[in-house]
Design a protein around this ligand. Structure first.
Ligand SMILES: [Fe+2]
Length: 237
């Protein structure tokens, strides 16, 4: 099985953000990545979050437009696509609006495909476990709320096949303190104890990272809007 991955496109209506993010380049790179995913016959495609960003004065309709432009590009390739929400994706849209108006499923959810379980989580919650959509986005304060910790435990307990865990913010403690999910240590222990997780895939830390923890690869994708080369990945499982 092949899965196609990309992350942190930060798409919006500007050439550069903060002198380092390049949303239009990320859009072109996403198209290039999708071309390759199609040619390579990837089975599933995931965006690991921060599909959109914003510029000063943007309205909710503007943000929706950014999502729609990205999603229309992605849909044109007719690949089974799943979205992992990032902190920026909650700047103006609620979980409910992302589901209802953009047609994107919001986590937690599990995709079963050819004997692999993909568990998609959402750590866009503050210390008091209020989602960023109502509590306000604070990228340095991400937490996996108790209902998702329970979801993860239950899914891992039930899984009869290998599992891949996907989440925007970082479970890998080797990235950078601000990017790490506050209860990551607890979650890594659950992952290790299950003995079923074969890989953890994440975004958020734009430089990217690759670690092995408890014999499990933790892969952090480099940002489409920043990396020197197109940082999409195809992983064969
Ligand atoms: Fe990002």
């Amino acid at each position: 099985m092949k899965i196609g991955l990309f992350s942190d496109t930060h798409y919006c209506n500007c050439e550069t953000i903060g002198g380092i993010r390049n949303p239009s380049l990320a859009y072109e790179r996403t198209r290039d990545a999708l071309e390759i995913f199609k040619k390579e016959n990837v089975d599933l495609c995931f965006c690991l979050g921060d599909m959109t960003d914003h510029v000063k004065g943007d309205t909710k309709e503007d943000i929706k437009g950014y999502f729609e432009k990205m999603l229309s590009l992605i849909k044109s390739y007719n690949l089974p696509f799943y979205s992992v929400p990032g902190n920026h994706d909650y700047l103006m849209l609620t979980r409910e609006e992302i589901e209802r108006e953009l047609g994107l499923k919001t986590p937690p959810y599990t995709v079963e495909y050819q004997g692999i379980s993909f568990i998609i989580l959402d750590a866009n919650y503050r210390f008091d476990y209020r989602c960023f959509d109502e509590a306000g986005v604070e990228w340095t304060d991400s937490n996996l709320p108790p209902f998702q910790v329970e979801y993860l435990k239950n899914q891992l307990y039930k899984a009869t096949s290998p599992v891949i865990v996907l989440v925007h913010e970082n479970l890998d403690p080797n990235t950078d303190e601000n990017h790490i999910i506050k209860n990551a240590t607890e979650i890594r222990k659950i992952i290790k104890a299950s003995g079923k997780v074969k890989m953890v895939i994440q975004g958020h830390y734009h430089s990217g990272k690759s670690s092995i923890i408890d014999e499990i690869p933790y892969i952090t994708l480099s940002a489409m809007c920043e990396a020197k080369e197109n940082p999409y990945k195809i992983i064969e499982i």
